[in-house]
Design a protein around this ligand. Structure first.
Ligand SMILES: [Cu+2]
Length: 362
């Protein structure tokens, strides 16, 4: 998988530059809602093995937009601007570029002193609640430097990192309405769901025979290996995975997914940008070449069930209706696997766990 490969390469590079240190560079406020301004206060606890800090460089994580450095007496500011990975909704319209890096230099912060470096910006509405932004910080000292750039490989305990980047957890925005944007999160995640009506068994019934294999034939499209994962109490989203083979001679596109267990279905992809894992909605669906196939799996493309109306319970099934551009439409029953399940046949996509728990901010 390209995804894992990218991760391993990055990890290897970081490992070379990592220096052990007792106190890490952290953010004063480690959790903040998307769709609001955010003041990133980076706390620099010490120098480099006793040597004073003379410059601090911070990379703005993707999704922290419209960033501005706060001036500091005795320090000179330099910024690097550039394009974002995507365009974001912003106060007066979309924004697609901005400050990507800030450097404070020319100062002299003794090892025994503590200081803070501040960048103000806006946490994009497009960020997923539960996702994490990593502020990578390089601290240049009179002698040597400290590189706070490690991002935990999914499945790895962040505490095991020697020089972790400062991390910000994105929370849901309590001011967002149910239908605002295509938001994943809701502040009432643990509340009682008033829409609840019936158990997942009701949805299982008719499709029980198909459920075991998670297979279906929809026109020229063969759906296989379909499954979903049990959800935690109070979770508002779930994810579905399957493989679709196009046995026909015409290309087709999976354009939508619907299910009675969720307010709506979406088609998502997961990507790694600047060391930050993000999900995005595939508004155009997923193309399936004639004779080709697509695989929706943990860590990659997936079906996303938004505003879950009920908890997905292991052993049950979730019936989804798939619609294709050609007009072909049909149902497939997704067996519900255990909460910790990462797929069939020994896939070890630990990062998926991160990803999906990210949806339902506990
Ligand atoms: Cu998703």
């Amino acid at each position: 998988m390209t995804f894992n490969r990218t991760l391993s390469i990055c990890t290897a590079l970081w490992a070379l530059s990592a220096l052990p240190a007792s106190a890490h560079v952290t953010l004063e406020r480690a959790e903040a809602p998307r769709g609001q301004s955010y003041k990133a206060v980076l706390k620099i606890p010490h120098g480099c093995s006793g040597s004073p800090t003379q410059a601090v460089r911070v990379a703005m994580p993707e999704g922290f937009i419209g960033a501005k450095p706060m001036p500091k007496a005795g320090w000179t500011i330099k910024t690097v601007r550039g394009p974002y990975a995507q365009s974001y909704a912003y106060y007066h319209g979309p924004i697609a570029e901005g400050v990507k890096e800030i450097e404070w230099s020319g100062g002299d912060l003794p090892d025994d002193y503590y200081d803070e470096f501040v960048a103000a910006g806006f946490l994009a509405r497009e960020l997923d609640p539960g996702s994490k932004l990593y502020f990578k910080v390089v601290q240049a000292c009179a002698k040597g430097e400290e590189r706070w750039v490690e991002v935990p490989e999914p499945g790895v305990d962040p505490h095991d990192l020697k020089a972790p980047a400062a991390v910000l957890r994105i929370a849901a925005n309590s001011e967002e309405g149910h239908e605002a944007g295509h938001g994943h999160g809701h502040s009432d995640a643990h509340g009682v769901d008033s829409h609840e009506h019936g158990s997942s068994h009701e949805h299982a019934g008719a499709k029980a025979a198909d459920a075991a294999g998670g297979v279906a034939t929809i026109g020229a499209l063969a759906v296989e290996s379909a499954w979903t994962r049990a959800t935690a109490e109070g979770a508002k989203v779930g994810a579905g995975y399957l493989t679709i083979r196009n046995t026909g001679s015409q290309p087709d596109t999976l354009v939508s997914v619907e299910t009675s267990v969720a307010g709506r279905g979406e088609i998502h992809d997961m990507t790694m940008t600047d060391g930050v894992m993000r999900m995005r909605r595939l508004a155009d669906g997923i193309a399936i070449p004639a004779g080709g196939s697509i695989e929706l799996k943990p860590g990659g493309m997936h079906l996303m069930f938004m505003d879950l109306k009920e908890r997905l319970v292991e052993g049950g099934t979730v019936t989804v209706k798939l619609t294709f551009k050609s007009g072909a439409t049909g149902e497939v029953a997704l067996p519900v696997r255990s909460l910790g399940s990462s797929g069939e046949g020994g896939h070890h996509d630990n990062h998926d766990h991160d990803h999906d728990t990210g949806h339902d901010h506990h």
